[in-house]
Design a protein around this ligand. Structure first.
Ligand code: ADP
Length: 295
């Protein structure tokens, strides 16, 4: 057993990079590209790019972009298990990226959060050594029910589960307690610093990481250009520096970290080594436009 199953989101990313601040009620020049993305899909692609064998992705897309996404996933070494939703379009995110590579998102989750319990089946776990669930799945009732099913089934089989909380904004909207209750039972939590702070109410990422690791056995908190922190059993155990890079577009940095971290863990790396692999991938992601590894 060595496969990685990701239950997550596939998103069409419209990335608009603008050098000048947005000018309301008139034009702002931008370089705009449409790229395949989604936290779950990106993490799956990064895991495959880091040598992870048999990476599969269960997700819902609209019929509008099903084939385009399936082809992009296959090209990245990921087996797409895409459910085509007859009634909703593919999730789309408009990412506004300013001169400092800071991102602002407009998010239409559309088909992504309509992944339904009927889309899940136990045999999806056959041959799977690890299940990763994108936090986005917990932000709507239907996809949360599906994510809970997958998590429970993985636990029944003794398959470890990781969750990336995905969005401080959406965690806040759902409610911290509700989010934590929904992901109860996960073995690995991979938040960024904002999410870790929000989930614990602790300002210092090291304190937040330690606190979260009382609930989740292994926690890696990403810190942007400052790297990442690993915590286990109630204590922060390692701080890993990020390689220096000229930041172009930070879309997918966290997904890159997640994919590379999981690939390294599945290959036998200890948590600190895996975090270093995650940071290398994160640096690569911020050095190029879009959330996926370069082909
Ligand atoms: P998210 O995208 O989820 O907010 P982070 O911004 O924390 O996640 O980035 C994830 C990882 O990507 C970091 O741990 C780091 O290794 C890498 N990274 C992010 N921004 C930079 C940067 N400016 N320079 C170098 N590495 C970076």
């Amino acid at each position: 057993m060595r496969g990685l199953l990701v239950v997550g989101d596939v998103v069409t990313d419209v990335v608009a990079r603008h050098a000048e601040p947005l000018a309301p009620a008139t034009d702002t020049a931008a370089r705009i590209r449409t790229l395949p993305g989604g936290a779950g899909a990106n993490a799956a692609c990064w895991a495959a790019s880091r040598g992870c064998q048999e990476v599969r992705l269960l997700a819902r897309v609209g019929t509008d972009a099903h084939d385009w996404h399936a082809d992009a996933l296959r090209a990245a070494g990921v087996r797409p298990l895409l459910v085509a939703d007859p009634d909703a379009p593919t999730a789309t995110v408009i990412a506004l990226v300013d001169a400092g590579a800071e991102r602002t998102f407009l998010t239409d989750s559309a088909a992504a959060l309509r992944l339904a319990p009927g889309d899940w089946s136990e045999d999806l776990l056959d041959g799977v050594a690890h299940l990763h669930v994108s936090g986005y799945m917990f932000f709507a009732d239907t996809s949360r029910a599906t994510a809970r099913l997958a998590l429970a089934a993985a636990r029944d089989r003794g398959v470890p589960v990781s969750v990336d909380p995905a969005s401080a904004g959406f965690v806040g909207a759902l409610g911290v307690d509700r989010f934590l209750a929904s992901v109860e039972g996960a073995d690995v939590l991979l938040p960024n610093a904002d999410e870790a702070r929000l989930l614990t109410g602790l300002a210092e990422p090291a304190d937040a990481a330690a606190e979260l690791s009382r609930r989740f056995p292994l926690v890696a908190v990403t810190l942007g250009a400052a790297g990442a922190l690993v915590a286990e059993q109630g204590a922060a155990v390692e701080r890993v520096a990020a390689p220096e890079v000229r930041a172009v577009d930070s879309t997918g940095a966290g997904d890159a970290f997640t994919g590379a971290f999981l690939a390294a863990r599945l290959a036998g790396a200890d948590p600190a080594e895996a975090a270093r692999a995650g940071c290398r991938a994160g640096a690569e992601a911020v050095g190029s436009v879009g959330g996926r590894p370069r082909g």
